[in-house]
Design a protein around this ligand. Structure first.
Ligand code: ARG
Length: 563
């Protein structure tokens, strides 16, 4: 039974409002003494031309009391509902235990496909921290939408196209050493690429040579193509190591190059719609009506650019997947680019451009910067991940040296700590990265939430088999009720995270749930309580660990069984 829905039905039958509308309006009051749910009467007041507090009063009298609603009270323009606690506790816990990891899911996405494009690094270039933030955020977004019943497709729009690959081929032919490259492909390819630029300063003919190779590549000359493919494969192999660590599998690696033969059509469409304009030799789409700079389609030398490929990609994706939404998880710094691309699509008559969404991730700022970075300011994702796991292992070695599967736990906890940190705040804020906060076991951190889960698990383990049908009316304290209330909110939380494209909503939720659980179990005995109370509390504990694991799972954080 969904208490919120039942309350919405009651309001619906007393007013002319549609249930969905009522559901949207119902709030969770900020204080417990205001009840469990509140219905604001301000919208009704406008329609009914009556004061909101009068409507609330009137409704309070009329609402039927039963085993769902115990009391309804008017408070100003709000109608506050107090649910039947015993019933609520029973139904919520049973629902969690029955549904397991499906708890909080829904069918809202049934029959709809959403695309989540994320990670999208560039080949032969380092996978930097920004890419890691996008990878982690996109992975969470995908899981959240999947939990809501959408069919999801994970796309990796690899940066594998551009004149730089002509230069790289030239550099490879001059200085490339396969043996060295195989060992550390990305660094080595970068090295020879940098060397190319250094040498080109002295000898400008190199630039010409690079351009020639790019032309050969574009024309499909076998040797150039084979080399490019090799760089691509080697880079992907490196990237996939990281994806593997995070258990991420993409459905498609169609990158920029995939769209290279699909661009003439884009130009054609824009031409037909009379949208192409010449400007200093380049072909552009004017976007003045949107108050943004024009979208360049063809450079003065006729070459396409990043934006042209994104236009082709969007059109291709719509045709291939007929998406309900296409989400692009890419740094905020590219916000203008996506506005230009989406506005151009819109001008070209593709109304589905409204369903293309840029989820703009934030920058990472280091609070206590002590990374062993080899190269200036570029921070490599892999280094960060490795360091987090190493540091976690050190902590385990001092705190719990005899722990089984130490390495595995360190991996789950170290990586969980990074994920938690990246998804801690909404995307309007910079991400503050501090080793100390991140790995602390008792602040607001990944390890803290994981540890709460582990505590719950160890209680359950000590208890052995737990009663399948305990009498939950033994859960009578305020702490227990607030804990169950949180469990009951999970569904709304998942939905809110999806509606806002903000995984941090779930992050904040699991943190609150962990805190509430710790408070409960620090003040109320579980294993030593009398039989009935113990059984009921164990069921509650089991439900909490269940939801903690599901919530963390939606963020991409794994739960160790002990730590
Ligand atoms: N490869 C780009 C970069 O590293 C990100 C690609 C973003 N996706 C897109 N469809 N433009 O900055």
């Amino acid at each position: 039974m969904d208490f919120k829905l039942e309350i919405a039905k009651k309001i619906g039958s007393l007013t002319d409002m549609e249930i969905d509308k009522v559901l949207d309006l119902i709030e969770i009051p900020p204080y417990a003494n205001m009840g469990d749910y509140a219905f604001p009467c301000f919208q009704l007041a406008k329609v009914m031309r009556k004061a909101p507090n009068m409507i609330a009063k009137d409704l309070a009298e009329k609402v039927e009391k039963d085993n769902i609603v115990e009391k309804a009270e008017a408070a100003g323009g709000y109608l506050n509902f107090f649910v039947n606690r015993g019933e609520f506790i029973k139904q919520t816990i049973n629902q969690v235990l029955q549904q397991g990891d499906k708890y909080g899911s829904s069918q809202e996405g049934e029959g709809k496909t959403v695309l989540v494009e994320f990670s999208s690094p560039n080949i032969a270039k380092p996978f930097h921290i920004g890419h890691l933030v996008n990878t982690i955020t996109g992975n969470a977004i995908e899981k959240i939408f999947r939990h809501l019943g959408y069919k999801t497709v994970k796309l990796n729009h690899i940066g594998d196209y551009g004149t730089q690959f002509g230069k790289l081929i030239s550099a490879y032919k001059r200085w490339g050493n396969d043996e060295v490259i195989e060992k550390d492909p990305i660094n080595e390819l970068m090295k020879i690429y940098v060397k190319f630029h250094e040498e080109a300063e002295k000898d400008p003919s190199l630039e010409e040579e690079g351009r020639r190779y790019f032309k050969l590549l574009e024309d499909g000359e076998p040797e150039a193509v084979a080399l490019w493919e090799k760089f691509r494969e080697l880079s992907l192999k490196e990237f996939k190591k990281l994806y593997n660590d995070f258990n991420i599998e993409f459905d498609s690696y169609a990158g920029e190059s995939f769209y290279s033969d699909k661009m003439p059509e884009v130009v054609q469409i824009l031409k037909e719609k009379n949208l192409l304009k010449e400007s200093n030799g380049a072909q552009i789409v004017d976007l003045e009506q949107f108050n943004i700079p024009p979208c360049i389609i063809l450079k003065s030398d006729g070459a396409t650019i990043y934006a042209t490929r994104d236009l082709a990609a969007a059109i291709y994706r719509k045709r291939t997947y007929d998406f309900y939404k296409c989400m692009y998880v890419v740094g905020n710094t590219q916000a203008l680019h996506f506005k230009q691309v989406f506005s151009t699509l819109k001008l070209a008559g593709f109304d589905w451009a409204d369903n293309c969404i840029h989820i703009g991730t934030s920058l990472v700022k280091f609070a206590d910067r002590k990374l062993s970075t080899r190269k200036g300011d570029v921070i490599f994702a892999k280094e960060l991940v490795d360091e987090a796991v190493e540091k976690t292992l050190e902590i385990i070695n001092t705190k719990n040296p005899n722990l089984e599967n130490k390495e595995d736990v360190a991996k789950k906890v170290g990586m969980g700590a990074i994920i938690y940190t990246f998804l801690k705040n909404n995307m309007d804020k910079d991400i503050i990265f501090s080793w100390e906060d991140m790995l602390s076991f008792d602040g607001e951190s990944g390890p803290y939430v994981q540890y709460s889960y582990v505590r719950g698990k160890s209680i359950l383990k000590k208890a052995g088999d737990i009663e399948v049908n305990p009498d939950l009316s033994y859960l009578q304290t305020e702490d227990e009720y607030s804990l169950v209330k949180l469990l009951g909110n999970f569904k709304d939380v998942v939905k809110q995270a999806a509606d806002r494209y903000e995984p941090f909503v779930i992050n904040r939720y699991v943190t609150e749930l962990a805190k509430s659980f710790n408070k409960f179990y620090n003040t109320h005995p579980i294993l030593t309580a009398e039989k009935e109370v113990k059984e009921a509390r164990l069921a509650l504990t089991k439900a909490v660990t269940n939801v903690l694991a599901t919530g963390l799972g939606l963020l991409g954080i794994q739960t160790p069984e002990s730590m």
